[in-house]
Design a binder for this molecule. Structure first.
Ligand code: SF4
Length: 231
């Protein structure tokens, strides 16, 4: 595998753990608000400095006993057929694994879970199912998304999260997501940050006011064990 980035230390990406974050390149969705365009846009990917698997593993070996976990994010990590083998090598070094996924590859997610290669799954929920394709582009299989939701619920630890912005998500949509995922352990409303976006037109989009997000969170909390806002 090749990678588009490495964050050597994070105290927030892996809840409760001191971790590093690895960024894979390429994604099959085209969320206009995506804040990692350099890992998604094929033209920008070409210009992105790359790291080899060997370089990543060498770094992680140097952090054994210092870091507890490794977050694998993207892009969309599950697109790589080599992911299970790569994770096995990281686990052999003694690290916990958190996987961020858009839920488009339930077969890969099922394999990673059945082989006990992931300890924490964070699945993006882009919208209520009926609005999914409008937001991520035509490639989304709603059956795959639903299957990944069910698989994520079976992970050792997990969360669902939605980056919300007024132009795409009405309060009704957000409550609809709550009803869909009800009973889940953790759900995060993520604030949209218009600093870097896949579709440059979204740089002009306004995020929800914080008090509106707080109001939405209070309406959602009945559906989840834990429901919070994340910056
Ligand atoms: S937000 Fe995630 S799923 Fe959407 S385009 Fe970006 S990397 Fe892909």
């Amino acid at each position: 595998m090749t990678f588009g980035g490495l964050q050597k230390l994070t105290l927030i990406d892996y809840p409760g753990k001191v971790a590093a974050t690895i960024f894979t390149v390429g994604c099959n969705f085209l969320c206009p608000y995506c804040h990692n365009p350099e890992l998604v846009d094929p033209i920008k990917i070409k210009d992105q400095p790359k790291l080899s698997e060997k370089e990543i593993l060498k770094f992680l070996t140097s952090r054994q006993g210092l870091l507890e976990g490794v977050c694998i994010t993207g892009g969309e990590p599950t697109l790589s057929a080599e992911l299970p083998e790569f994770i096995s090598k990281i686990k052999a070094l003694g690290f916990l694994i958190k996987l961020d996924t858009n839920g488009s590859s339930p077969e890969m997610l099922a394999r990673l879970l059945s082989e006990r290669l992931v300890d924490y799954v964070a699945m993006d929920i882009k919208a209520p199912l009926e609005k999914y394709k409008k937001i991520v582009g035509g490639q989304a299989s709603l059956e795959d998304i639903q299957r990944s939701v069910e698989l994520t619920r079976s992970a050792p630890d997990y969360e669902f999260r939605t980056t919300v912005l007024p132009v795409l998500h009405s309060p009704k949509d957000i409550l609809s997501i709550g009803r869909w995922l009800q009973g889940a352990k953790k759900y995060y409303l993520q604030q949209f940050q218009p600093t870097k976006t896949l579709d440059s037109a979204y740089l002009d989009e306004k995020p929800f006011a914080w008090d509106k997000l707080a109001e939405l969170r209070s309406l959602l909390e009945i559906f989840f064990d834990k429901c919070e806002i994340r910056e």
